[in-house]
Design a protein around this ligand. Structure first.
Ligand SMILES: *Cc1c(COP(=O)(O)O)cnc(C)c1O
Length: 424
């Protein structure tokens, strides 16, 4: 059953309670390899479901537009102070509702509609909010994109430098959603400095690795750092903007009143709890184990003949081109889901197929590492992935069902915060 338990919800609204219970069980019984997902602690769950959701607090600590902030102010200040200490930054805003509004606030703070911005293209591992044509950021601004190199699968810094010199962007984004290699923050800082651009490091995917010392930090290189709080950082759904003191006012004004109304105080408390957890020695071990697991999984997949973009991984994430396996990313991901292995279909760089059924799948180890899986289990996971993909090509449902059972059996030994077997 769900932890903490849901007795009132079960009594008063069994329809919703039953669905939440089903999702908790699904999360318990599935190998969750979606690299942007994780399991938050029950402490974070408790903070997020607290009475703080009842309170309106437009403004910032000490300067609110509503009364009754005696308790909310210290909660937000605690979250800010913990983030400052954890990442070593001068300024933090913990109010963005999620990663996308956080990024939009950066545009509002530093650019005007029509201005040129530069980022890695979505199909090469970027994010929608880095100027994709379907995003408001691509419609209202003028994006130019650098790419990953065809031969190495790694960011083409020479192209980024040339493009920046030619286009003089206001904002340069580094970081993305499907980049398996270390981001070279010093190199991007040099490019941004040369052309007078604001450098934004979007560390949404790798914030937990940075906090845990398993990926270099952009602090001291990026003017602005944007991150979600719910990926490797293992907090509630939310986001933070971090910067030097110089940009503090511009960012704060852009978040409120520029873009948002009242902050979600229950989320702020959850972020504060997650930031404390991320400052403990256990979290450092977690961050390093996440990377070790990804490297072990990558090695096992390569051994089975899989073509990994860039030939491997430095972080928590693996991007596979399934062209060699003669199956699309989408049918592969759907078959794996039926086998109890959850990941997502994804474009690969220079993908000849359309984004709705691309050539690749994207996977990662943040969630399975939280469950306690180590390098020891990675070859077995790679074997299941391989077997399920072969089965999908032959419409062999029986094999998928068999794997699903084996997965459930393995995971029964690895507890999940948020769900526990019902006591007999
Ligand atoms: C996840 C992500 C975001 C957006 O976060 P949402 O909370 O989904 O809006 C932005 N940038 C990057 C690089 C991300 O990975």
């Amino acid at each position: 059953m769900h932890q903490p338990p849901l007795p009132d919800l079960t009594r008063n609204d069994p329809e919703v309670a039953t669905l939440i219970e089903a999702e908790a069980r699904r999360q318990f019984e599935t190998i969750r390899l979606i690299p942007s997902e994780n399991y938050v602690s029950t402490a974070v769950l408790e903070a997020c479901s607290s009475v703080l959701t009842n309170k309106y607090s437009e403004g910032y600590p000490g300067k609110r537009y509503y009364e009754g902030q005696q308790v909310i102010d210290p909660i937000e200040e605690l979250a800010i102070e913990r983030a400052k200490a954890l990442f070593g930054v001068e300024h933090v805003n913990v109010q963005p509702y999620s990663g996308s509004p956080a990024n939009l606030a950066i545009y509002l703070a530093f650019a005007s509609p029509g201005d040129t911005i530069m980022s890695v293209e979505l199909a090469h591992g970027g994010h929608l909010t880095h100027g994709s044509p379907v995003s408001i950021t691509g419609k209202w601004f003028r994006p130019v994109h650098y790419h990953v190199r065809r031969d190495t699968g790694r960011i083409d810094l020479d192209q980024a430098r040339d493009l920046a010199r030619a286009e003089r962007p206001k904002l340069i984004f580094c970081g993305g959603t499907a980049l398996p290699r270390t981001i070279d923050f010093p190199a991007f800082a040099e490019i941004a400095r040369e052309v007078g651009a604001i450098l934004v490091a979007d560390i949404s995917h790798i914030a937990g690795l940075i906090a845990g010392g398993a990926h270099p930090s952009p602090v001291g290189y990026a003017d602005v750092i944007s991150t979600t709080t719910h990926k490797t950082l293992r907090g509630p759904r939310g986001a933070m903007l971090m910067s030097t003191a110089e940009h503090a006012t511009a960012l704060d004004k852009a978040v409120f009143p520029g873009l948002q109304g009242g902050p979600h105080n229950h989320t702020t408390a959850g972020i504060a709890v997650a930031l404390r957890e991320a400052s403990l020695p256990d979290f450092r071990r977690y961050a390093h184990q996440t990377v070790a697991n990804a490297k072990a999984l990558a090695a096992a997949l390569i051994e089975r003949g899989y073509d990994l973009v860039s030939g491997g991984t430095d972080n928590h994430l693996i991007l596979i081109d399934l062209t060699r396996q003669e199956i699309g990313g989408k049918p592969a991901a759907k078959a794996l889901d039926r086998a109890g292995i959850e990941l997502n279909f994804n474009t690969v760089p220079y993908d000849p197929r359309k984004p709705w059924n691309p050539s690749g799948i994207r996977l990662g180890t943040p969630a399975v590492t939280t469950r306690g899986l180590t390098e020891e289990q990675m070859p077995q996971i790679a074997a299941w992935i391989d077997e399920a993909i072969q089965a999908a090509r032959k419409d062999d449902e029986a094999t998928l069902t068999r794997i699903r059972g084996e997965v459930r059996e393995l995971l029964a030994a690895y507890p999940m915060p948020g769900w526990a077997p019902t006591p007999a």
